[in-house]
Write a protein that binds this ligand. Structure first.
Ligand SMILES: NC(=O)c1ccc[n+]([C@@H]2O[C@H](COP(=O)([O-])OP(=O)(O)OC[C@H]3O[C@@H](n4cnc5c(N)ncnc54)[C@H](O)[C@@H]3O)[C@@H](O)[C@H]2O)c1
Length: 357
């Protein structure tokens, strides 16, 4: 991308995350222009297109037509998970860089194909792991990279919700690929795994449970997806827990729930032989002299991690920045997710073989 050029951006799926993150980012970033939008819900499509002044000929209900006619440089995929694979491959085959929302895809097989096609076409494929961009994440990662924590050998991470399943397509497995594990679990797992230095997973022992389903509780916030599953099918797990071992000898203990009779928490803790750390609020468990000491860095800078992930992708396309969430790093995440579901269903440990890409 040459200096001074402005990238032509499109968004497929103008529901929650499309509206809240991707569309505003492409409108606000200095080197992108939102030129086209696509959604199978033509009413929602028109409402959003009107709001952002997108001409009628740049509104599409079919992504292939948008790719063929809108002359895009970059597209965001913000649709339910089942659609990510086909819409990403089609974009790459049309010569368009892709920013795909998490989870990257329904399976490792799909993930590997997406990574391979992006590589063959020499195009960029970024994934929306916004938690890597927060001030706590960036600060802690810089300490880890500088050796402050020493050798990391154990981490705990997870996202526990007492009652917090999203409604709509999220609870129907054929549309989502699974429940809290593949939805919010991948955020927490990716964070812990990235802080640990993205080690190669070798085995997983996991349990999955469905104890709540469509619960009936009043007085709590609800996340309503804007699409899918009007019939209210709930055929996914609502808790997953796993022990994941890596080739460098390190271990992650992980759990995630949409419903659990316990406290809400989104946590990551990493443990090294020089110091340990809690991610948020950032707290370093170290030593001063011969004393144990807790150090809490002062972090009053506000980073909007959702905006930052799109800005990083665009900065990368212009060659200004390294891509922080490349799709290639989602292969191990997909392998872990698949292994957790397999182990949860068989009750046995699952061995993960490294993949040559
Ligand atoms: N990074 C984050 O923090 C974050 C937050 C929320 C959602 N997400 C992810 O974003 C994606 C979308 O989630 P959401 O909550 O916005 O869902 P949503 O249901 O609110 O929006 C999805 C939109 O896609 C449209 N759509 C469905 N099938 C389509 C198709 N084949 N072609 C074009 N449009 C289609 C729907 O009409 C809807 O407008 C999911 O992958 C989800 O996991 C990420």
């Amino acid at each position: 991308m040459g200096n001074g050029s402005v990238l032509r951006a499109g968004v497929v799926g103008v529901g929650n995350i499309g509206q809240k993150t991707h569309i505003p980012a492409y409108v606000n970033l200095p080197d992108t222009q939102l030129v086209a939008v696509c959604d199978t819900d033509s009413e929602r499509l028109d409402t959003i297109a009107e709001k952002y002044g997108i001409a009628k000929e740049y509104r599409f209900t079919n992504h292939e037509e948008m790719y063929a006619n809108a002359n895009l440089d970059v597209v965001s995929i913000c649709t339910p998970t089942w659609a990510h694979f086909g819409q990403t491959i089609a974009a790459l085959n049309s010569g368009i860089h892709v920013m795909c929302e998490k989870p990257i895809a329904m399976s490792t097989e799909e993930t590997v194909s997406m990574v391979k096609v992006a590589r063959e076409k020499d195009l960029s494929l970024g994934i929306g792991y916004n938690n890597r961009f927060s001030i706590e994440s960036q600060t802690l990662k810089s300490y880890i990279d500088d050796g402050v924590l020493g050798e990391l050998y154990y981490a705990k991470c997870g996202w526990l919700r007492r009652r917090g399943n999203p409604h709509g397509w999220f609870t129907k497995k054929e549309l989502s690929g699974g429940g809290p594990l593949i939805d919010c679990g991948v955020h927490a797992l990716d964070l812990g795994w990235w802080l640990m230095g993205t080690p190669q997973p070798v085995s997983v022992l996991a349990s999955t449970y469905q104890k709540f389903g469509n619960y009936d509780v009043e007085g709590i916030g609800q996340y309503w997806a804007m699409s899918g599953n009007k019939e209210g099918v709930f055929d996914t797990e609502d808790l997953a827990t796993a022990l994941i071992k890596f080739s460098d000898g390190s271990t992650i203990f992980f759990d995630v729930s949409w419903a659990l009779n316990g406290e809400n928490s989104f946590y990551a803790e990493v443990y090294g032989d020089k110091a340990g750390a809690q991610w948020n609020p950032l707290n370093i468990y170290g030593m001063i002299g011969k004393n144990l000491a807790n150090i809490q860095p002062v972090l009053n800078q506000n980073i909007n991690a959702q905006e930052a992930k799109i800005a990083n992708f665009i900065g990368h396309l212009f060659g200004r920045e390294q891509l922080l969430c490349p799709a290639s790093e989602s292969v191990a995440m997909s392998q872990i997710v698949d292994a957790i579901y397999e182990s949860g269903s068989t009750g046995k440990a699952v061995i993960i073989e490294p993949l040559q890409l």
